[in-house]
Design a protein around this ligand. Structure first.
Ligand SMILES: Cc1ncc(COP(=O)(O)O)c(C=O)c1O
Length: 449
């Protein structure tokens, strides 16, 4: 007699078994979460962004690198050869600090920005996002202060909030962080007895503002932090994606003791490998390795070796050049379109590299309130409130040019300009009714980071 379980398998094979239902949406454990989890809530704008990913919508929201510009056949061959030739190593656990050979290669990459480092001081991480998480984990107790540019990277703000840090924003302008604001803020916090754990900064082609810290200010920021004993976390995923001239020297270049440098292959190769790194003074490095092991035991050997193989056998500097040219063309398309289509009251930054433009709306307009209307007109952006820990930034929006083709960028700006003009007319007719109070970090998903 045929056992019953074969009959069940047959049913499955013919697709006759109903799909399992999703569980109840009521959270039976709502009062059991740790205090740090209360701040972990999906942004209300996530649902809108799900609509924004439809093909008819021009998304100026996403921060996704244009990986289609990679020779994907080459990547396929490289990965297949890796399994054939080095499978037993690539598919095995690795060390908590990361593959030693890759760490040497990472030092070669950092040399392009004036950093002379030893592979022993590098920890390979799951993207630089994990490095941010590990740094925060080893330094932050609830209520500790993190200084960060205002605006700052939404993924970092989410991490700081998850560890219950208090983020204090430092003013920035089109030359990057304002040193006077940094010095004054440190002084005020010290006077109030607030424990500052570190300054988190993105000096090159900042996410979301697109601006770069100028040379003179780099030294000032280093001096201010050194005098105050404030550690600097230098997050630099876009530094090699400058459109003009040589890369800027890293803050870490002349300061091995006061800076933890974070790098990533996500923008210069592909985020799917999830390979980033931290370069840290010895004592911090030791803690990072232990934190890494407690989080994931070890990074994927497979993707580390794949990146190592890519760096060893492929013209990676040429590939970065290809990316730079591609993003430059898209940056130009966005800036040209803004210039010719936006109402004159709208202003924006002019990035010299990276992925992002930061636009400022006229008085009385609120980018978060505008977003649903923009999506209805088939264009999306990220509202400015997502990039501040205190809910400010309502008059700003981040526009990304990394992913859409230039023609789509122009069309997106045309649609967005129409929405903004309509909003201005409403404002002129009814006053500034659409400006709302916002609070907390508006965390969009990874594709929008
Ligand atoms: C400023 C900044 N830091 C860190 C990251 C995280 O990148 P990854 O984890 O892919 O290296 C991003 C991603 O967009 C970013 O913009």
């Amino acid at each position: 007699m045929t056992p019953r379980r074969w009959a069940v398998t047959e049913e499955l094979d013919h697709g006759q078994t109903p799909a399992p239902t999703q569980g109840s949406r009521i959270d039976a454990y709502v009062d059991r979460y740790a205090a740090r989890a209360t701040g972990m809530v999906a942004s209300e704008i996530r649902a809108l962004f799900a609509v924004a990913s439809r093909p008819e919508v021009v998304s100026l929201a996403g921060g996704m690198p244009y990986v289609t510009a990679l020779p994907l056949d080459m990547v396929g061959e490289l990965v297949s050869e890796l399994v054939t030739r080095r499978g037993p190593v690539a598919l095995q656990y690795g060390s908590g600090q990361g593959d030693p050979h890759l760490r040497e290669q990472i030092c070669d990459v950092m040399r392009l920005e004036g950093i002379q480092a030893a592979a022993d001081d590098v920890v390979v991480t799951v993207g630089s996002q994990q490095a941010l998480d590990l740094i925060t984990r080893i330094f932050i107790d609830p209520g500790d202060v993190v200084l960060a540019e205002g605006p700052s990277y939404v993924g970092a703000l989410g991490t700081f909030s998850a560890y219950q840090a208090k983020v204090v924003h430092i003013a920035m302008d089109d030359q990057g962080i304002v040193p006077e604001s940094l010095a004054q803020t440190i002084y005020a916090l010290e006077t109030a007895g607030a424990p500052i754990k570190f300054l988190y900064t993105i000096p090159n082609f900042q996410n979301p503002a697109g601006v770069t810290l100028n040379i003179a200010r780099r030294q000032q920021v280093l001096d201010i932090c050194q005098r105050a004993g404030v550690l600097i976390i230098e997050d630099n995923p876009y530094g090699l994606l400058g459109f003009d001239g040589e890369p800027m020297p890293a803050l870490r270049a002349d300061n091995a003791d006061g800076v933890v440098y974070l790098g990533s292959f996500s923008k210069t190769l592909a985020p799917g490998f999830r390979v980033g790194w931290a370069l840290a003074p010895h004592a911090i490095r030791d803690k990072l390795v232990l934190a890494m092991e407690s989080a994931v035991l070890s990074h994927s050997s497979f993707t580390q070796l794949a990146v190592g193989q890519y760096l060893a056998t492929q013209p990676w500097r040429e590939q970065i050049k290809t990316f730079r040219e591609l993003y430059r063309e898209r940056r130009d398309a966005l800036l040209d379109a803004l210039e010719s289509l936006m109402p004159p009251e709208v202003t924006w930054t002019r990035p010299g590299g990276g992925f992002f433009v930061w636009a400022t709306l006229p008085e009385g307009l609120d980018s978060k309130a505008i977003l649903p209307r923009a999506v209805a007109e088939r264009v999306a952006f990220v509202p400015g409130t997502g990039f501040f820990s205190d809910g400010s930034g309502a008059r700003h929006m981040r526009l990304s040019y990394c992913y859409p083709e230039p023609d789509r960028i122009r069309e997106g700006v045309r649609r967005l300009a129409g929405v903004i003009e309509q909003e201005m007319q409403l404002r002129d007719t009814f006053g500034t009714g659409s400006v709302r109070e916002h609070s907390g970090v508006d965390t969009p998903g990874p594709d929008l980071a």
